[in-house]
Design a protein around this ligand. Structure first.
Ligand SMILES: [Zn+2]
Length: 408
């Protein structure tokens, strides 16, 4: 078991304060820090802090896959860590995106190989053969768009904005209030010629301004999101797409799971994100990065998603909160040490053998494994190999510890 130093990713949509403050580094930072990666991704692995200095987790897995991952995980996923843990800090909206299913990723990867597109080319969609299910657990208030809203409700939103230019699209959806209608409308907008978008998007923004000024509350968040996106990405079809998506505000501890085909855009906030170790992203707008609309349309799931929040379950008398998802690559939980547990050493068993990534998000904790112990302050993480065996925890103050393992 070792302390694990995460790899900081600087993207324009990041924050100059959130990640630095989380890990106790000087703030504000020179560049916006968007993500802190704790994993063995070849693009940016995390670093084990050993007595002999720093060592990349990727190298450690290569040298001793059996000891680090354990036989069961190797048999299921090969000699790679199947998940990636990130602290994500968004000051500005991220791109409108979706991720493929495993079948779509295998097919897309082979197709782009046949076309001779280098795997690291900016216009490559499929960089590996994996699906990319992801869960985000909010650390702060977290704002997002995720999944299509039921069509009838989106009609109400568009009618409330009172924009005449939207009438043909409202009628389209009124004529087909189901996933086929949503597919038709989204496809119309996302493939709309730019001169038409340059008329329609500003008209919608005007409607949103009037709506917000009117003091109406029902769709106030949705209207403000339209304005925020429209200001940053003028004339972008993603602004219109936001009218069709669930607008979610997660309180700290609430979580959102994004299965294959779910159209989403994170808007603002800090969270712990866990995903299958894949780079397969199909973007539809709200980004300067590569956008591939036909490919996005191939993978999107237009089934209205009314309940996209993950319902946590408590285990071990409330000592651990589990966020159940169908993803085999990861299992996410939060160990809560408070009340009588503070000041005592407690067991923290996992349901099967395999590696663990631990991330302290509140308080401070000592992690005891078979042959070693590490102290984790807020913002610090540990790598517990399969060989390290079961862990015990002791905290002198109320503490929250994220734990990510391989799924069942
Ligand atoms: Zn995503």
């Amino acid at each position: 078991m070792h302390l694990l130093r995460g790899a900081v990713r600087t993207y324009a949509w990041g924050s100059r304060t959130a990640i630095a403050e989380f890990v106790g580094a000087p703030s504000p930072t020179a560049h916006p820090e968007a993500e802190l990666w704790f994993g063995a991704h070849p693009g940016d692995p995390a670093w084990l802090q050993t007595d002999d200095g720093e060592r990349s987790l990727l190298d450690a897995l290569r040298e001793d896959p059996e000891g680090e991952l354990g036989a069961a995980v190797r048999a299921r996923f090969g000699d790679t860590l199947p998940f990636l843990v990130k602290v994500l800090a968004a000051d500005e909206p991220l791109s409108l995106q979706a991720h493929p299913s495993t079948e779509q990723a295998i097919e897309g990867f082979a197709r782009e190989d046949r076309l001779g597109i280098p795997v690291n080319a900016p216009d490559r969609n499929y960089r590996d053969r994996s699906h990319k299910p992801e869960i985000i657990v909010a650390l702060s208030q977290f704002e997002a768009l995720a999944g299509f809203r039921p069509a009838a409700r989106s009609v109400e939103l568009m009618q409330a904005l009172g924009v005449t230019d939207l009438d043909p699209y409202i009628n389209l959806l009124l004529g087909q209030r189901d996933e086929d209608g949503l597919r038709a409308l989204f496809t119309t907008w996302i493939t709309c010629p730019q001169p038409d978008l340059d008329v329609l998007v500003p008209a919608v923004l005007d409607g949103a301004i009037d709506y917000v000024r009117s003091g109406e509350r029902e769709f106030a968040r949705e209207a403000k999101t339209v304005l925020e996106l429209g200001e940053r990405y003028p004339g972008d079809a993603g602004v219109l797409a936001s009218l069709l998506l669930n607008r979610l505000s997660l309180a700290p501890g609430e979580a959102l799971y994004l299965p294959a085909g779910n159209l989403h855009a994170y808007l603002h906030g800090v969270g712990v994100e866990v995903m299958a170790n894949s780079d397969n992203v199909l973007r539809g707008g709200l980004t300067p990065k590569h956008v591939d609309v036909p490919e996005l349309l191939r993978v999107l799931d237009f089934t209205p998603a009314e309940d996209v929040l993950v319902t946590p379950e408590t285990i071990r008398d409330g000592a651990e909160i589990v966020y159940p998802t169908p993803a085999p690559e990861f299992a996410v939980s939060v160990v809560n040490i408070d009340g009588d547990a503070v000041g005592h050493e407690i067991d923290a068993p996992i349901r099967h053998d395999g590696p663990q990534v631990l991330l302290c998000t509140e308080g401070a904790v000592t992690v005891h494994a078979k042959a070693s112990a590490v102290d984790l302050a807020r913002g610090a993480a540990a790598w517990v190999s399969a060989d390290d065996g079961p862990i015990r925890l002791s905290a002198q103050e109320p503490t929250r510890l994220f734990r990510v393992t391989v799924g069942l």
